[in-house]
Design a binder for this molecule. Structure first.
Ligand code: NAD
Length: 342
């Protein structure tokens, strides 16, 4: 049996809550090494897996003979570290948002092709059971023609999640590049592109930093999107939903309305135009406070793609298109029309 050697670069929350436990649970993988700038964090993370630890990712890539690597670093490091890993001959699973710019995303895709290695972006929302079911139902025409949608992802912010709490890189423009939109909006941009099976062609948006004045990135955003075929919808992202997390999506179609991750018991509900209601019990997305989604299938999918030489569901091109939706929204923020106030 083939055993793939993996390393995880960045030992913060997503590494500890998702990548490491899911690699550990996969019988085809051995966790060989981890890396974090904070020595104690690297040491502590390596210990339960019997892995080697590093504080310098270049050193890790030089010393270890790896098959795979997960990039669980602040956003500004996604592209440079992914490219170095691909050039070192390692398959890369990079967290979202894929990169800090379209150009960087393109460079990652080029590095992936140049080295003949896999590049996957960690857009886990596609693997959530209710979203998988919605994809099947929409493809089967269950809602008929889709007209519109609303989707939102918001919680209190990464203060309670990031390894560095209130001092996190998530709040610094130079390291995060984009705030709530890059953290949460990009998940929904990716989900809706996939569910609708088409690209967005137009976007308008208001991207604000109106809740946390001490930070240098956006914390609230509302966008309006139009797809190539004319489906229209709103997408909101927030680090200032002060009560419960909201990770819901509603899709309005000719034959009814589909509610995803709204009802705590039934993660998919369809209200048909004829009055019938069908509720599916498929489990629900775990919130940030619960440690986020585990058993996400992201790692298993990536490992399978490497083992069986398949293209990942979310490859570099897919990651780039989802990134470009939020980059376009930020660009659109600068072009809104002022209403007359007198
Ligand atoms: N797919 C998802 O659902 C999901 C959820 C949360 C976070 N993420 C993404 O994962 C990435 C990491 O987020 P997180 O929540 O784990 O952040 P975090 O703040 O908890 O952890 C980041 C870690 O990176 C380390 N680090 C920073 N610079 C480094 C360097 N040069 N070399 C080595 N280590 C370095 C930090 O010390 C820290 O331990 C982000 O891009 C984020 O958007 C994805």
């Amino acid at each position: 049996m083939t055993i793939l050697k993996t390393a995880v670069i960045g030992c913060g929350s997503i590494a500890r809550n998702r990548h490491l436990p899911e690699y550990e649970a996969n019988p085809s993988v051995e966790i060989t090494a981890v890396c974090d700038l904070v020595k104690k964090r690297a040491e502590r993370t390596a210990e339960p897996y019997g892995a080697r630890w590093y504080t310098d990712y270049e050193e890790l890539l030089k010393q270890e003979n790896l098959d795979l690597v997960s990039i669980c670093l602040p956003n500004y490091l996604h592209a440079p570290v992914s490219i170095q890993a691909l050039d070192a001959g390692v398959h890369v699973l990079c967290e979202k948002p894929m990169a800090a710019s379209s150009r960087e995303a393109e460079d990652m895709i080029t590095a992936c092709k140049r080295n003949g290695k896999k590049l996957m972006i960690g857009h886990n929302q596609r693997f959530v059971p209710s979203h998988q079911k919605a994809y099947q139902l929409l493809r089967a025409g269950e809602l008929g023609k889709v007209y519109s949608f609303r989707t939102t992802f918001g919680h209190g912010g990464p203060e309670g999640w990031s390894a560095d709490g209130v001092n996190s890189w998530f709040f610094e423009k130079e390291k995060a590049i984009i705030g709530a939109m890059g953290d949460l909006g990009v998940h929904k941009a990716d989900l809706l592109r996939w569910l609708l099976g088409e690209e967005f062609s137009e976007i308008a948006g208001f991207i604000e930093n109106n809740a946390k004045k001490e930070i240098t990135v956006d914390d609230n955003a509302v966008c309006i999107l139009r797809s190539e075929s004319g489906v229209i919808g709103t997408m909101a992202a927030s680090w200032a939903y002060q009560s419960e997390e909201d990770n819901s999506t509603v899709i309005y179609g000719e034959r009814g309305t589909m509610h995803l991750e709204e009802d705590p018991e039934h993660s998919l509900v369809i209200q048909y135009a004829n009055g019938n209601k069908v509720k599916y019990e498929l489990g629900r997305i775990a919130s940030n406070e619960e440690g986020g989604q585990t058993g996400s299938y992201v790692i298993d999918h990536f490992v399978d793609c490497v083992l069986y030489d398949r293209e990942p569901l979310i490859d570099g091109e897919e990651g780039k298109r989802s990134l470009e939706v939020i980059l376009a929204a930020i660009d659109a923020e600068n072009r809104s029309t002022l209403l007359k106030t007198e």
